[in-house]
Design a protein around this ligand. Structure first.
Ligand SMILES: [Zn+2]
Length: 266
């Protein structure tokens, strides 16, 4: 059922490692002054991204002079998702929030999430838009389960910008339905039993869920990760499953293509 080019891919991987070693050796041989200069990375342009719905629920408090965010209320345990791709800068206890998460996005904006009772992500972790990051709670100064959501376009800690306007510009109108719109998600069958879904596209990263048997899963995007060898096949493609907050090796996706057709790159 699988038609992979495992050997060719493995050899290409080896070539990459060898050439990286060669580059390193060249750099070591150069005088210090010569190695320092080319390290300056070009300034990345501000990248726009298509937004994702942060969570399902009703707007229990809007944005106003005394409230620099929006409150979305739902039952305890409702999943909360990153509104866009980025890196987690804060994840842990925080004053009035009980717990908070901050994510710095590719456009420099920081989004902030508060009051959750469970966090899925840790500082330094890279997340994709729509990735589950937490479960809704009522921690800290809160009268009931809700997400307090803020947007900081300058990346700082001052009075936040209007989240409704920010998300609207990225195609998300509050209140919203997670996974809806934005064309995120294609269904695929899996095979095998006890298949682990991982926080990152590597076999040693933490397990976010385990599929006990063949399951229909929704794939949001795919990317190259660790090479996986199983049953005589090899595959380095991994798919992001927003419903499980993690990646599954495409070796367990039951289609003939190692790289899934019609699924965007993460
Ligand atoms: Zn609030």
């Amino acid at each position: 059922m699988f038609r992979f080019h495992g050997r060719r891919a493995a050899r290409r991987l080896l070539t990459t490692v060898v050439s990286a070693g060669a580059v390193l050796a060249t750099m070591v041989a150069l005088p210090a002054a010569a190695t320092a200069a080319p390290q300056q990375a070009p300034t990345a342009p501000a990248l726009a991204y298509s937004g994702s719905c942060p969570t399902a629920g009703v707007i229990s408090q809007g944005y106003h002079d005394g409230h620099d965010g929006v409150d979305i209320a739902n039952s305890r345990g409702t999943p909360i998702y990153a509104v866009g791709p980025g890196t987690v800068t804060h994840s842990g206890p925080a004053g009035g929030y009980g717990q908070w998460i901050r994510i710095r996005h590719t456009d420099g904006t920081v989004t902030e999430y508060g009051h959750m009772y469970h966090r899925d992500v840790s500082v330094g972790q890279t997340v994709t838009g729509g990735q589950r990051i937490a479960l809704m709670g009522s921690e800290g100064q809160s009268t009931g389960p809700h997400l307090h959501f803020e947007v900081h376009p300058d990346g700082g800690f001052g009075f936040g910008a209007n989240p409704v306007t920010y998300l609207s510009a990225r195609g998300v109108g509050l209140p919203c339905t997670p996974g809806g719109g934005g064309g995120d998600g294609t269904s695929f069958p899996t095979w095998g039993s006890g298949v682990n879904i991982r926080a990152q596209a590597t076999t040693n990263s933490s397990v976010t869920a385990t599929l006990s048997g063949p399951t229909t899963v929704t794939v949001q995007c795919q990317k190259r990760g660790q090479m996986v060898h199983y049953g005589g096949y090899s595959n380095d493609a991994w798919s992001y499953l927003p419903d499980y907050g993690g990646y599954i090796s495409n070796i367990f996706i039951d289609v003939s293509d190692a790289w899934l057709p019609g699924v965007p790159t993460c």
